[in-house]
Each structure stands twice: as C-alpha cells, then as structure tokens.
Design a protein around this ligand. Structure first.
Ligand SMILES: [Zn+2]
Ligand SMILES: [Zn+2]
Length: 392
C-alpha cells in the first residue's frame, strides 16, 4: 500500500497540492480540508451573517484560523512530506487567503495584519458544532472579536468627592450589598462612569477602561485645561463615534460635576504614554495650608525657597503603593496670604509629588515640608489641580 491509497483529495486540494492522489467521490471527504475548501461560499455566508446579526461596523480586519482536528493536521503534514510540497499553503493559510479575498471584494473591507479593527476567528474541529446552518461545514464555527477603541481627551472635575475611576464597595468587594445599594460601587459617581455611561452604548462595547495621566484625590478639583486621559472601549461594535456629540452629551448630563474636552481617536501606544507620563510632566496645584500658629513673613520666604523633596510613600497610600523614597522637584512656589494662620500655595512641581504630604510632612516621611521648615504644623485643607502638563 502506498500513501496515495490512504488519502483522497478534493479537486481544489489536488490542484493546489499534488495530482498524485485520487479524487474524492461525491460522498467522500478530502483528507486535507475535510471538503471545507469546496464550501468557502458557505463559510463566507456564516461570517457575513454574524457581522450582520451583531451589526458590527469596521473598515479593517484580519482572519485567524484554528484547526483542532488531529487527523486533519496529521494527514496534511504526511501528504505535504510525501510529495515534497514546498509551497506555503496549508489549509489554514488557504482558508484565510480565500476568505480574506472574498471579504475584501464583496464587503469592501480592508485587510490589515498589524492593527485590524476586527479579528475573524475560524475554528475547525472534528465534532460538529450545534446549530450550524450548513451541514457541509458543520464542524466549522466563526467568532468575531473587535480590538479596543481608544479616545483621548482632558477632563475637568468641578465638584469634590468624585473619584477618577470606579472603586469596588469595600463592604462587599463589588458583589453588591445593602451598604452600596446593590451597585457594588463605593462611590455612585466617578469621572470614568460619567463618560463611560454615554460612550459605552454609543460604541456598543462590552466594557470601559479609564487611563488617566495620574489622578487627583477624591476631594481634589481638577481645574484649568483639565487632566489628560485615554478611555478604552473593549469589544466595540461601532468605532466611528461622533466625538463632538459625545463631548456635548457628557458635558450636558454631568450636572456640572465634570467637563471633557479635546477628544480625539488615538491608538494603544498613546494609552501607554499617557499612563507613563506622570513623571516627565509638570503639574501646578493650588493648595490652602492651615497652620497651628501664626505664620511670619520669614516663614513665607522659607516656603517659597522649597526645591528638592525626598518623599517616602505617604502613610495614606502605603497599603497600595510600594514603600519607596522618591526625589521630586518643586519648580516654583508662590505664596498668597489668606490670614495669619492660612496661606494659599501655588506649586509648580514634577509629577508624582504628593502635595498634602509636602505641606504636612507626613510624620517626617516628606523632607523638607512646609511644616518642617517653619516649625509650625500645617495641614492641607483644600487642594485643586490647575494644570497637568504632559509631553505631546
Ligand atoms: Zn480539500
Ligand atoms: Zn457593597
């Protein structure tokens, strides 16, 4: 018995691989492709129907193909070897090539290997899948996935008490309980939520992820031009969102709590650089410092000379941040007197400096501090961010 007797190929595989084998009869299956290559029009129809059913909007795509069918994989290898096949068209590649061409031609979409908006996954196995429309390709199924969508912008936070992102309820850890009214959230309103609740249905996505260029505390306002952020929509079915409309809807439905501006589409690289930019950038804060005793004009001069800060991770964030000593620069510090025991400090500094601790000293963990250089205990009673600058 020769190998040619063990295997039979369909007309398509005969012409693309080798004519040494005999042709499958009407009711036989091709040893390489299981007759799938004879029914590519039906595979295309399955893909087309899925895209229509979920109404997925996209311009660029890429097809991936998985064959979890050992006999098929093994036969293909053996046949290729036996005829010394040097080509590069395995079953997976042939399917991808043919179906990509059909999608380009019939649907007018563009193939993009590097950064496709949509990935069409073709899966093949031995056992038929339930509920398949065509018996000839019942062991093939199609999943459609879409890559995330990224939108950059700047937000202003005009009301205190709003965190940037969602926090799971500390009582139930997000499951939903009486304390959180079953929401699973510690805070009912977040910057992320105020944007996401409009963006998510517009993009018809599964979920939202918010990436800020740093974050201010819950009780801190974000003023000026706002803080840069990238908001990510996972598995969006719509990508061409009207950003002007999104901005208008968010700003008019947030009860003056937040405002977003300068929206634009960006890619994943921009998301990463926005997140990493906090150290390279500078920030400007307006802080009110309340002192235990009256402040002299000598004290004010000393405060204005503050430059390099050695800051150990503050006590209040030490449960979630590594315990390190960071060196941060204050580039400029202006003092305005409010009354004998209260000053307003306008601080321009390197990103990553904790301002509340710069004022209080954090029990000696921040050196120097407004408290330490004046010998007068001070606390920050109000803080606003006036500017967050990041490299373009
Ligand atoms: Zn075949
Ligand atoms: Zn809860």
């Amino acid at each position: 018995m020769s190998i040619e007797d063990d295997y039979k190929l369909c007309s398509k595989c005969l012409s693309r691989i080798s004519r040494k084998f005999s042709k499958t009869l009407e009711d036989e299956r091709c040893s390489i492709c299981d007759n799938l290559l004879l029914h590519e029009d039906k595979i295309y129809q399955v893909i087309y129907n899925k895209i229509r059913k979920f109404n997925i909007e996209f311009d660029t795509f890429h097809i991936s193909c998985q064959v979890n069918y050992d006999e098929l994989n093994r036969a293909e290898k053996t046949i290729h070897k036996s005829v010394n096949y040097k080509g590069n068209n395995g079953l997976k590649k042939q399917l991808r090539k043919d179906l990509s061409a059909m999608i380009v031609k019939k649907m007018g979409k563009r193939l993009d290997y590097k950064n496709p908006e949509v990935i069409i996954n073709i899966k093949i196995r031995k056992k038929p899948y339930p509920h398949t429309p065509y018996p000839e390709i019942s062991n093939l199924t199609v999943f459609i996935d879409s890559n995330p969508l990224f939108i950059e912008g700047r937000y202003r936070k005009l009301e205190r008490g709003i965190p940037q992102t969602k926090w799971p309820c500390t009582e139930c850890k997000g499951k939903g309980c009486e304390v959180c009214n079953g929401t699973g959230q510690q805070y009912p309103v977040t910057v992320e939520g105020l944007i996401g609740k409009h963006l998510l249905p517009m993009a018809r996505g599964k979920s939202i992820k918010f990436h800020g260029s740093g974050r201010e505390d819950i009780d801190v306002l974000m003023l000026g031009e706002g803080r840069p952020f990238v908001i990510e929509v996972k598995h969006p079915f719509v990508r061409k969102i009207d950003l002007k409309l999104l901005r208008r809807v968010v700003n008019s439905h947030s009860d003056g709590k937040i405002e977003i501006n300068d929206l634009k589409f960006v890619d994943n690289n921009r998301r990463a650089s926005i997140k990493q930019s906090s150290v390279e950038s500078y920030k400007i804060y307006s802080a009110i410092a309340d002192f235990e005793r009256g402040v002299t004009s000598e004290d004010v001069k000393r405060i204005e000379k503050i430059k390099t800060i050695e800051q150990r991770t503050p006590i209040r964030v030490s449960h979630r941040r590594a315990d390190l000593i960071r060196t941060r620069e204050v580039y400029d510090l202006e003092v305005e007197r409010i009354n004998s025991k209260q000053l307003r400090l306008i601080i321009k500094c390197q990103g990553g400096l904790y301002i509340k601790e710069l004022i209080s000293g954090d029990e000696g963990r921040t050196q120097p501090s407004v408290s330490s250089i004046t010998g007068n205990n001070a606390v920050c009673s109000q803080l606003d961010v006036l500017e967050v600058h990041i490299p373009e």
